[in-house]
Design a protein around this ligand. Structure first.
Ligand SMILES: Cc1cc2nc3c(=O)[nH]c(=O)nc-3n(C[C@H](O)[C@H](O)[C@H](O)COP(=O)(O)O)c2cc1C
Ligand code: SF4
Length: 484
């Protein structure tokens, strides 16, 4: 099934138009922003960045927080950092036009003239593809008054967290904010001390969008690449068409990445509701001679055991088995990876990538990672497993963003489901399994998958120094807590 990811990449805007591209933008511009948003609400489209939030509801909320004077900015989240996910980069490589057309429709719906694609400096192929597609749209007269920018941020996982992405667009490091995008955008209106004391905003430094005092601060609309790419066809062909595949609660298609112990790692667009097992088969099935025991949906969703591979890839069915669809990037794990190794690898990824603004996230997360790492190296015992269980209960306390809770959810799910295997590994005579490398994907081609091997040397202070400084990124990279 191909709605946003064509089997063969479009090489030009003309090819995209011949395949039906452009009709959504034309239709959108002939109707009011509210009518566009109504159609999106009716379509039931849910954000593909991980949380599955209803896109139409988000657009309605952001529009209702608009500034009377300053433009709302439309941001495309192209920071794709979830380990095991390559779907956004695949869409940008094959069909940047749908992403940009979706963003232009969003700009119409927000009365906006500013679109920013937030991506990574390291994604050179995608950055080049985006700029060449933007140039084609400009030549073809699609942009109107809209100005595009592509912001190239650092490689940190947190860049994908939407408020961290907004910080980077504003020229600061990727440290998540407290205020959500509909309250605080990228165009900042500085508050006076009197404003702060009157309680007109949430911060003493910048005014919030949508406050009753007539704040001029504008909000920002942030949507994932795949979400944006779905918008043009919804507006061109209608909500009913969009709902003709998928399930009632999860309409449309989902673009899945499958890596790990499969014959042909790859990216596949399937109707929502297709089972995980079917998607693994599209990737050639499990490697011969191997037995898959689970699939891990990045580092944000509870592990899916092999007896659950017949679960449909839809928000409601994944929730029914105690997990989530996330960004539908599945790392298939087989018997060459021990559950203890995997838990240690996930925990290490999250502990290293934590920014340190919330003490439990950085400190408890670091302790969990150290304990599991020691166990995976053959040191540590039952009391350490109990200590990890306690820390998993506290790591999310006071967290600003979702990363801290991911330790609890993902690591907790592996420990809970494979406790007896983990205990057996720790007490057995077999060699210690070590820490499995869980890292972002650098590239995915016909020749295979390139994992970010450099992550093995990344330290919790975000350096690649031989020894970690012990200083958390937020303290090392300027003390931003004062100003945010
Ligand atoms: C730690 C963390 C990392 C995230 N990484 C990404 C990412 O790489 N790409 C993305 O689109 N969303 C990511 N998200 C989700 C975004 O914060 C946000 O929900 C999303 O961009 C909203 O778009 P959507 O409604 O279209 O899904 C991340 C969230 C968290 C907590
Ligand atoms: S929860 Fe963790 S990653 Fe998120 S802001 Fe707090 S310290 Fe940073």
């Amino acid at each position: 099934m191909s709605r946003v990811l064509p089997p063969v990449a479009y090489e030009s805007l003309q090819q995209y138009v011949e395949a039906g591209g452009g009709l959504g933008l034309r239709a959108a511009r002939s109707i009011s922003p509210d009518t566009v948003i109504d159609e999106l609400v009716a379509s039931g489209l849910r954000g593909r960045g991980g949380a599955g939030f209803p896109t139409g509801t988000k657009w309605m909320t952001v529009r209702s927080f608009a500034s009377p004077l300053l433009d709302t900015t439309v941001v495309v989240n192209a920071a794709e950092g979830e380990p095991g996910s390559f779907k956004d980069r695949s869409i940008i490589r094959a069909n940047p036009y749908a992403v940009l057309e979706g963003a232009l429709i969003a700009a119409h719906a927000m009365d906006s003239r500013t679109v920013v694609v937030g991506t990574k400096l390291a994604f050179a192929t995608e950055v080049a593809r985006l700029w060449s597609a933007i140039a084609e749209l400009e030549t073809a007269g699609w942009l109107g008054a809209v100005v595009f920018n592509v912001v190239e941020g650092p490689s940190e996982y947190l860049l994908g967290e939407e408020t961290a992405l907004l910080e980077v667009i504003d020229g600061r490091p990727p440290f998540p904010r407290i205020a959500p995008p509909f309250r605080r955008g990228v165009v900042e209106v500085v508050a006076t001390q009197a404003d702060a004391e009157s309680g007109s905003g949430l911060s003493a430094d910048v005014k919030m969008a949508g406050t009753d005092d007539g704040s001029l601060a504008p909000p920002v609309l942030v949507n994932n690449v795949e979400t944006m790419a779905n918008v043009p066809a919804i507006i061109a062909l209608g909500a009913r068409w969009f709902r003709s595949v998928g399930t009632e609660k999860s309409p449309g298609t989902v673009v899945c990445t499958v890596t790990g112990a499969v014959q042909h790692p790859g990216v596949h667009e399937v109707p929502m509701g297709t089972t995980l097992g079917e998607v693994i088969e599209l990737a050639g099935g499990v490697l011969p001679g191997r037995t898959a025991w689970a699939a891990l949906g990045g580092v944000s969703s509870a592990i899916v055991t092999s007896d659950q591979f017949d679960t449909g890839l839809a928000y409601e069915s994944m929730a029914a088995i105690g997990t989530s669809l996330g960004s539908a990037g599945f790392m298939v794990v087989a018997d060459d990876v021990a559950p203890l190794s995997l838990a240690a690898g996930v925990s290490r990824f999250l502990a290293v990538e934590s920014c340190g603004q919330c003490s439990h996230c950085k400190e408890d997360g670091g302790d969990i990672s150290d304990l599991l790492g020691a166990m995976a190296a053959g040191q540590g015992g039952a009391s350490d497993l109990a200590a990890v269980a306690v820390l998993l209960g506290t790591v999310g306390e006071g967290a600003r963003c979702g990363l801290a809770e991911q330790q609890h959810v993902v690591v907790g799910s592996i420990l809970q489901k494979f406790e007896s295997k983990i205990r057996a590994t720790m007490s057995g005579d077999a060699p210690s399994p070590g820490v499995h490398l869980v890292a972002e994907l650098v590239d995915m081609t016909d020749d295979g998958v390139v994992l970010d091997e450099s992550f093995a040397a990344k330290q919790p202070d975000w350096s690649h120094d031989r020894v970690d400084s012990g200083v958390s990124p937020v303290d090392a990279l300027v003390d931003h807590r004062q100003t945010r």
